[in-house]
Design a protein around this ligand. Structure first.
Ligand SMILES: *[C@@H]1O[C@H](CO)[C@@H](O)[C@H](O)[C@H]1NC(C)=O
Ligand SMILES: *[C@@H]1O[C@H](CO)[C@@H](O)[C@H](O)[C@H]1NC(C)=O
Length: 303
């Protein structure tokens, strides 16, 4: 492989969607749901009720009593009521509906689930409000697939990555393989294997005189967040990153189990993991604040 180079083609978006920093981005009205807040609200209410039951101070040792009350077993009636209200059948049915179709954030499948969850909560007698959020999301180019190519020293393509997964690509709404927030670029360079792409892995390589500056690094997924794999690679001078799930980590082959989904939980041999490489928190455009124009106005007025 020493004489081979790898070409990465992150061809996501047409030029108009690529901003000046080269990021393939697409601003979309993310239909986030208030349901999460409602859920947190419900949990907070339940916790509040549980705490409230013991939190009414009476005398000087009330703090002590409160501490003791909080550290004792919860009221058996409460846990029994909650446990009795949970039906494994309902969980199975709900999970089936929630996972039936692709539902990448901000697209139709996602919004369909918002409606489903809203109706479910309403059927339980809860009031639900759906609030739109403006979140910077990242989508792949549906027309030009991303690819990884292995080239010989004279530029011939020795290997071209598969672009479709045989068992799901034909399904409606399946998003082509991509890493969200990865820049749309084509890079070519020599390959360097960096194990799981951890800081320690680079320290190990450096201790053996291996410098990955200017290389495309090949890293195994699964030990650290894929966004950190990319950040650490960049910090070490890499110009591109190829990640892959090692069958030793992601299948049952070590135990002689060669089955995969839908017969087992393992990913099919041509399955490709998707995910984000963004290492920030929440919406990249409004870090630390809700990505909601109303709230942004409130913040602006305060400053
Ligand atoms: C991938 O699947 C799509 C949709 O089924 C199809 O249009 C496309 O030609 C396929 N691409 C490859 C490289 O097989
Ligand atoms: C790796 O190589 C680059 C350029 O060739 C150099 O700038 C950098 O200092 C080297 N890093 C280490 C750790 O030797």
């Amino acid at each position: 492989m020493a004489s081979s180079t790898v070409r990465l083609n992150q061809a996501y978006e047409s030029a108009k969607d690529v901003d000046y920093s080269g990021r393939a981005i697409s601003v979309c009205r993310g239909r986030r749901l208030l349901f999460l807040i409602v859920l947190v609200g419900v949990i907070a209410l339940v916790v509040g009720l549980l705490i409230g039951r013991f939190a009414i101070p009476h005398d000087k040792s009330s703090e002590e009593k409160l501490l003791r009350a909080l550290s004792q077993e919860a009221d058996a009636d409460v846990s029994e009521t909650i446990l009795n209200a949970i039906s494994p059948r309902n969980i199975e049915e709900n999970l089936k509906i929630l996972s039936q179709k692709p539902h990448i954030a901000g697209r139709q499948g996602d919004f369909d689930l918002v409606k489903f969850i809203r109706e479910r909560f309403q059927s339980y007698g809860l009031g639900v409000q759906v609030t739109p959020y403006d979140v910077l999301l990242s989508y792949p180019n549906d027309e030009v697939a991303n690819s990884v190519r292995l080239l010989s020293s004279n530029g011939d393509i020795v290997y071209d990555s598969v672009q479709n997964e045989s068992d799901i690509s034909h399904l409606e709404g399946v998003v082509p393989p991509f890493n969200a927030y990865s820049p749309a670029r084509k890079v070519e360079g020599k390959l360097a294997f960096v194990n799981y792409g951890r800081v320690d892995d680079y320290t190990w390589l450096q201790s053996r005189g291996i410098n990955v500056t200017g290389h495309i690094v090949l890293a195994k997924l699964g030990r650290i967040f894929r966004g950190d794999i990319v950040d650490i690679a960049a910090a070490n001078g890499a110009i591109g990153v190829v990640t892959f799930p090692d069958p030793a980590d992601y299948t049952g082959v070590n135990n002689g189990d060669r089955r995969y989904a839908p017969d087992a939980l393992w990913m099919p041999p041509d399955g490709i993991q998707r995910g984000t490489i963004f290492t920030g928190f929440a919406d990249p455009l409004t870090p630390g604040y809700p990505a909601n124009s109303k709230i942004a106005h409130v913040i602006a007025r305060q400053h």
